[in-house]
Design a protein around this ligand. Structure first.
Ligand code: GLN
Length: 434
């Protein structure tokens, strides 16, 4: 007969044979079930996940859902199943069950985001981009905000499942891909890292005859020229699309063909920039200029939702590792370089002002998208098509301002005592809790 090693009134007898079965996670199971054994039902675990912001479509929960397929929601999770589930995603389950995620009080944080959303929703200033009809036709009232922490806690409010074009938010991504593929030295032989002080599509190069940085059009055309130049154009595009997919935790990424076609038709400035760069021998050898331009327009016409884009931003916040899949998409050095340039050059002619007021790396696009990164904490995607005179989403900027008023997230807030009393959503901004 099996020897009973522990028994109390609240707890199921714990058998020596169970330990022998290597139930590695038995201590956690017992610590949670200590007060009330029946607490560990599938329903209660699901509730915990929901409260913590782990969404049902999170790839890390796949095994859990498989495990509970023929179980009732109220059913108690056995030691064996519990162990099984934890073996599969032990880091996530331990963090959730112990309440130890990047934003521990995710409910309060989500409520604050909801309040900011409601407040900023009524700001109707600005004008939808009209340089191509396809962008002009977008519903100007659209507004969505999505958040994804470095632990994959997600919250979305508003029009967060509508697809919009990434436009210039493809610039940091293409830059990261180029850096990861070819290294910093090669990439920066062809593009600088200094704000241009001029408009994003200004016909200008730096004193080395190179585009000033990868966050403006000339620089983005340059980084696009470096992405898998030896592949055929279809495979090059698939390569980039697949990168967006990996960055977004396998969300569906779309493509807007009519935006692409009209970008191509109204691209005199981008053609001029490219010929100007070619005249200055700025491109890598054997660059096919026309092919690169088409490729760049295609990259701008990729479509995404804020829900998926927040995971992209979360991946950048997490140093290149996707929070929901754990896949390492970019090297941390790559992300560091990219965030540095987003910080100094990401918001058009408002970049210096944005760094001053908000103190966070971000990139915006003419579709009204804003990709905001809070390093080591979370990524946020905001989409609202009405733009200010500098091309940034009005509601997007308003949201960032309100966020910074509520939370101590500006890069240099930590220096100021009065700012330290502002809330921080995370446990510890600087220590990466892996
Ligand atoms: N497709 C646009 C262009 O190249 C991207 C501009 C943008 O989002 N700023 O002109």
């Amino acid at each position: 007969m099996e020897k009973e090693i522990k028994k109390d009134t609240n707890q199921k007898p714990f058998l020596a044979s169970e330990t022998k079965k290597n139930y590695k996670h038995a201590p956690l199971y017992r610590s949670i079930s200590n007060e009330n054994y029946s607490k560990i039902s599938y329903k209660n675990i699901l509730k915990k996940f929901e409260v913590m912001g782990i969404q049902k479509d999170d790839p890390r929960l796949r095994y859990f859902f498989e495990n509970m397929k023929d179980k009732k929601l109220d059913e108690k999770v056995s030691d064996e199943s519990f162990n099984d589930i934890l073996e599969n995603q032990s880091k996530l389950f331990q963090k959730v069950l112990k309440g130890n995620l990047a934003v521990p009080d995710f409910t309060s944080f989500s409520n604050e985001i909801k309040d900011i959303y409601k407040k900023t929703r009524t700001n109707n200033q600005g004008k939808v981009a009209d340089y191509i009809p396809q962008l002009k036709r977008v519903d100007p009232g659209m507004y969505g905000i999505s958040v994804c922490t470095i632990d994959g806690q997600r919250y979305s409010i508003g029009d967060t499942n509508e697809y919009f074009c990434v436009q210039s938010t493809c610039k940091p991504i293409n830059y990261c891909i180029a850096l990861d593929d070819l290294g910093e030295d090669f990439v920066h032989k062809h593009v600088g890292h200094e704000p241009s002080g001029k408009g994003f599509n200004e016909l200008t190069l730096n004193d080395r005859g190179l585009p000033h940085n990868p966050m403006i059009n000339s620089g983005a055309i340059m980084t696009s020229s470096m992405l898998k130049p030896n592949l055929n154009i279809a495979d090059r595009f698939d390569y980039v699309l697949n990168m967006w997919k990996k960055l977004s935790g396998s969300h569906r990424i779309g493509f807007n063909n009519s935006v692409y076609l009209s970008e191509k038709q109204t691209a005199d400035r981008n053609f001029a920039l490219s010929y100007f760069m070619r005249e200055n021998n700025a491109f890598p050898e054997n660059t096919n200029l026309l092919e690169v331009l088409e490729f760049y327009f295609q990259c701008c016409s990729i479509e995404i939702t804020t829900d998926a884009m927040s995971i992209v931003a979360g991946t950048l916040a997490n140093g290149g590792v996707c929070p929901t899949t754990g896949i390492k998409v970019f090297h941390p050095e790559t992300v560091k370089n990219c965030l540095s340039l987003m910080y100094s050059c990401g918001m058009y002619d408002f970049s210096g002002e944005f760094a001053f007021r908000i103190g966070l790396p971000a990139k915006s696009g003419v579709s009204g998208a804003v990709l905001l990164v809070i390093p080591n904490v979370m990524g946020i995607a905001i989409w609202s098509p009405k733009l200010d005179s500098l091309g940034n989403s009005v509601k997007g900027l308003h949201f960032c301002e309100e966020l910074i008023k509520k939370y101590s997230l500006h890069n240099y807030d930590t220096l100021i005592i009065s700012q330290q009393s502002k809330k921080r959503p995370s446990i510890s901004p600087l220590s990466k809790r892996k």
